[in-house]
Design a binder for this molecule. Sequence first.
Ligand code: E4P
Length: 218
Amino acid sequence: MKFFVDTAEVAEIKDLAASGLLDGVTTNPSLILKSGRPMLEVIQEICALVPGPVSAETVATDHKTMLEEGRKLAKLAKNIAVKVPLTPDGLKTCKALTSEGTMVNVTLCFSSAQALLAAKAGATFISPFVGRIDDNGHDGMALIEEIMTIYRQYPHFKTEVLVASIRHTQHVVRAAKLGAHVATLPPNVLRALFKHVLTDMGLKAFLDDWAKTGQSIL
Ligand code: E4P
């Protein structure tokens, strides 16, 4: 399973990239706003830090302008995945960009019917938003299960399921159990994956005992 990080904070990405755990990055207009920086500049910096796909989102809603935006974003770096919304114009743009060899991440997916359309449009990634579904009283992971089941029926679909809007570590574990191809994690969730109280307690006990031996390895 690939791990992307869901942020536009360059310092955070640099730190996580050094761990060797990062396979890519996703951003969106809200994350760009949070970074307080010019989008094109930030995206270029991120692309230089992480060799894997870096999602940069279009903001036009009509096909013609969306395609122009997508082409401009794709020129920023070889590892750009242009993000388009799951709308008729978005999928038309998806088809055009993928046929030009550009990776496309279809975002704002909330149903398996939408995921089916994105695969048919040749999307590189489909992003179902599990957290926002949970927030609205439904089961986001049930959607992932359904999409994985559908995609498995059609081995010619090359679209990867990118689990987005992740809120906690159990979303990641359940996505992995379902065989989802990618999870995009907010940095705090990625860091939380390391945590276990027994690891902390065990390490403390070993270090206390080691100190009592009076020895040193180096
Ligand atoms: C990533 O591609 C999505 O834009 C992001 O995961 C949405 O997350 P949110 O629901 O926490 O805003």
